[in-house]
Design a protein around this ligand. Structure first.
Ligand SMILES: NC(=O)c1ccc[n+]([C@@H]2O[C@H](COP(=O)([O-])OP(=O)(O)OC[C@H]3O[C@@H](n4cnc5c(N)ncnc54)[C@H](OP(=O)(O)O)[C@@H]3O)[C@@H](O)[C@H]2O)c1
Length: 332
């Protein structure tokens, strides 16, 4: 096993129980066991990374820790038949960056069954512009399509529209011919949202129903919700007969309430989306779609490429809800 040092962001809990972010030097001998050692070219910033970077024990139990739930790079050592030295690969989800040292370091070591080969028509950089956010958006779109929501069925609502999941969902849906309505708390980002394919933009306040009614006028053929809370409650109440709703996130709240009526009177379906343990067969299919038919022209639009040293500011922006688009981290 090689002994080599590399740069990484380390989250350290100090004596006053305050979590600090430091850029430190680590040794690859200190990485966890695993069949595949990867030299990371790019990582990306997700909401979960922002939580891990601020000491959230719901995401990361033990500190010091290197976050980064996404990594794309080149295999440097492999003891598995599945991958060879020099292969370009992607790792997202599983335990990467949660309790396993993640992509905010220049090297990761992981089990072979966490690793996906980079599709031919995607660069390592592009794969991290998608990252877990884009991958999750794509699973959500896959669910909507699989549940029978077609472009001709009507408007599809995307919440948390300027976020990583929301903005990628808008881009994919629009590329596939859906009429997308973007719900945002940042109305000043209207032009950006239109440029990525939103037909119309609504204030997220419009999705905060307090009427107490079990159902509202049916508007949405489909919904991709990324925020949870009363936004999700309101979206379910406003979904048309036979429509589908996906939920993946909880930036607004992990709680939501609903009567049974949208489900039994309108046949509405609610799908939970999990990117972490997504089975390998679906994982490969989703990455293949992202590399081909679902790849949109403006993938590089509103991407902030930073170094490890510049990452902390972007994490703070995400924690304060001011982050727009995607942040990717370029190593070395
Ligand atoms: N289930 C999974 O496998 C999975 C995978 C990836 C992400 N997620 C979850 O999905 C969610 C979105 O992730 P992301 O990477 O897109 O995060 P992000 O880039 O930080 O975007 C979240 C967006 O939500 C909106 N928002 C922020 N605070 C809000 C509030 N208090 N109420 C309502 N909306 C608010 C903002 O958009 P606007 O200002 O445009 O409204 C913000 O840009 C997170 O909860 C994340 O943990 C889950």
């Amino acid at each position: 096993m090689k002994s080599k040092v590399f740069k990484a962001m380390e989250i350290i809990e100090n004596d006053a129980s305050i979590f600090e972010r430091k850029i430190i030097t680590k040794n690859i001998a200190d990485l966890p066991d695993g069949e595949i050692l990867i030299k990371v070219s790019f990582s990306s910033l997700n909401y979960k990374d922002a939580l891990s970077s601020s000491g959230n024990r719901g995401v990361t139990k033990n500190y010091p820790h290197t976050p980064g739930i996404d990594a794309a790079g080149i295999v440097e050592e492999s003891s598995s038949d599945l991958f060879n030295e020099g292969d370009k690969v992607i790792v997202t989800g599983h335990d990467l960056g949660m309790n396993t040292a993640g992509g905010f370091g220049e090297y990761i070591r992981v089990p072979a069954d966490w690793v996906v080969s980079l599709p031919e028509s995607l660069s390592l950089r592009e794969s991290m512009i998608y990252g877990t956010a884009g991958f999750t958006a794509a699973i959500s779109v896959h669910k909507l399509i699989g549940s029978g929501v077609n472009p001709e069925d009507g408007e599809v609502l995307v919440t948390g529209a300027t976020g990583g999941v929301g903005s990628t969902a808008i881009s994919i849906l629009s590329k596939l011919g859906y009429e997308v309505i973007a719900a945002t708390g940042k109305l000043e980002e209207k032009e950006f949202l239109q440029s990525i394919g939103a037909k119309d933009i609504i204030d997220r306040k419009e999705l905060d129903d307090a009427s107490g009614r079990a159902m509202l006028k049916g508007r949405w053929a489909g919904v991709i919700d990324t925020v949870g809370g009363n936004t999700l409650t309101t979206a379910i109440k406003s979904t048309k007969y036979g429509g589908s709703v996906t939920c993946c996130g909880n930036v607004s709240s992990p709680e939501f309430s609903s009567s049974i009526f949208p489900f039994i009177l309108r046949g509405v379906s609610l799908f939970g989306i999990d990117s972490v343990q997504c089975p390998m067969k679906l994982r490969k299919e989703i990455w293949s779609n992202l590399a081909t038919a679902w790849k949109f022209d403006h993938l590089d639009h509103n991407v902030h490429e930073v170094t490890l040293d510049e990452l902390s500011d972007r994490i703070d922006m995400m924690l304060s809800g001011k982050h727009v688009g995607r942040t990717i981290i370029k190593h070395g």
